[in-house]
Design a protein around this ligand. Structure first.
Ligand SMILES: Cc1cc2nc3c(=O)[nH]c(=O)nc-3n(C[C@H](O)[C@H](O)[C@H](O)COP(=O)(O)OP(=O)(O)OC[C@H]3O[C@@H](n4cnc5c(N)ncnc54)[C@H](O)[C@@H]3O)c2cc1C
Length: 410
């Protein structure tokens, strides 16, 4: 690992902290009075007792506030409202936002994945039409890739899009699509070459389409998750018509478009580890207040020490990936390992949190005595997703074994 911050990096950090010092306390004070429920642990691991869906209007307002200061799409090109932040500056951004425990944003999929993809692959007309609304949180966007038969093996997707004049006609099913029920638009992967799977070239013939989710032939059914929330959905297409002009990239280029998106997602999850230190501090402070005896328990003390060490290790792993990127070396397998480490730590910390709270850790949201509105209890069940989303643990391990360690296949 070998890098140092340049003058530009330090200026970036100073500008961001000055902006946060000026705007964040005011924003939090405004929302504490207009939406008191949002106070209850709303900043715990990026959500609160109401989950991500429980604070969408506050998130919309925060994304808009960030955008006023050009801090929402900090890594987008300047002409599209960003600051063209470098990789180092993106790490500074993630660290600073975690340290300040800022609220979550309205549309992470839109800002982190879909917006950059439209800027990279879209025509001028597409960019002008969709990018400003993503940035200013006007419309919510979802990312529609997974299908019942195509999750880890995404290229097996079978939702068909058949060309009919100036439209594609869609039939098929997507599943686990986050926030589709509140989205106006989605970036979907569909199959435009029906023979490709049978001919064993399944990565061909996939096309990326932007879909208006309010047109006839689209049905969205929320799925109730383990935390009792409706965060993701099944999306059914039954003859839905999508104009050809909504295609992102060429016909059959969907795999290339998607890989850019997923790469952004993986780098994004790696940086999430940075927020864990403040979660750990928050849970220790909470235990001091509501269950101090837990902090005398030698087993708990050892787990806290271990968590500190692992967080530090994860941070260094991320820095190592950063150092490689800056030296134009391949940033892998650090990013894959950091993804594994993030999901392991997320679950370990959530388990530690409920144990630190003792009996109070069992009180779920809605209970009158629940601490932080039950946010830690919710986190305990919700964090199971971290070993599934953005690439499952087993598949990530396969990739590392196969390509980094070169283990024999048989
Ligand atoms: C909270 C959450 C939000 C999500 N949001 C979205 C979204 O917005 N958009 C979207 O498109 N998708 C979304 N997903 C779906 C996610 O991308 C998939 O769940 C993921 O890709 C895994 O696919 P699957 O669920 O079909 O599981 P499968 O791929 O069927 O895997 C099932 C099990 O088998 C294991 N397995 C699979 N293949 C192998 C192998 N080759 N070797 C060893 N083990 C294997 C897996 O590790 C897993 O344990 C979301 C999922 C979650 C949990």
């Amino acid at each position: 690992m070998d890098f140092s911050y340049s003058v530009e990096d330090e200026t970036f950090r100073d500008e961001l902290t000055a902006w946060l010092d000026e705007n964040l306390p005011k924003f939090l004070a405004e929302w504490a009075t207009s939406d008191p429920d949002a106070e209850d642990g709303d900043d715990i691991a990026g959500a609160g007792s109401g989950g991500i869906m429980g604070s969408m209007e506050r998130r919309r307002a925060w994304q808009r506030k960030l955008n006023e200061g050009r801090w929402a799409a900090y890594n987008w090109p300047v002409e599209w409202g960003g600051r063209a932040a470098t990789v180092t500056q993106s790490v500074i951004y993630a660290e600073t936002m975690a340290r300040y425990r800022t609220p979550g944003i309205f549309n992470a999929n839109g800002l982190w994945q879909i917006g950059p993809m439209i800027i990279r692959w879209g025509t001028d007309e597409q960019k002008n039409r969709w990018v400003p609304n993503i940035l200013d949180a006007v419309d919510h966007w979802c990312q529609g890739f997974t299908e019942p038969q195509a999750g880890s093996d995404l290229a097996n997707l079978r939702t068909v899009a058949i060309r009919d004049g100036d439209d594609y006609v869609l039939d098929g099913q997507k599943t686990f699509i986050s926030s589709a029920h509140i989205a106006k638009w989605g970036l979907f992967l569909v199959r435009t070459d029906a023979d490709a799977i049978a001919e064993k070239r399944k990565h061909d013939g996939i096309t990326a389409l932007i879909v208006d989710l309010e047109v006839p032939g689209v049905e969205i059914r929320p799925i109730r998750d383990i935390a009792g929330e409706e965060m993701f959905c099944e999306v059914f297409f039954d003859g839905a018509r999508v104009p050809v002009s909504y295609r992102l990239g060429g016909e059959g280029e969907g795999w290339k478009v998607a890989m850019g998106t997923l790469e952004n997602e993986r780098v994004g999850t790696a940086s999430l580890a940075i927020g864990m230190r403040s979660d750990l501090d928050a849970m220790i402070n909470l235990a001091k207040a509501v269950n101090p005896a837990a902090l005398d328990d030698p087993e708990i003390r050892e787990r806290i020490a271990r968590a500190h060490t692992e967080i530090e290790y994860t941070k260094l792993l991320n820095y190592r990936a950063l150092s490689k990127i800056l030296k134009n070396q391949k940033k892998w397998p650090e990013v894959q390992i950091a993804k594994l480490q993030w999901s392991h730590l997320a679950q370990t910390l959530a388990e530690l949190a409920v144990d630190l709270l003792g009996p109070l850790g069992m009180l779920a949201k809605g209970g009158p005595d629940a601490v932080d509105g039950g946010a830690w209890n919710r986190l305990y069940v919700f964090q199971r997703y971290t070993s599934i989303g953005a690439g499952t643990t087993e598949v990530q391990k396969n990739i590392i074994a196969d390509r980094a360690i070169n283990l024999p296949r048989n």
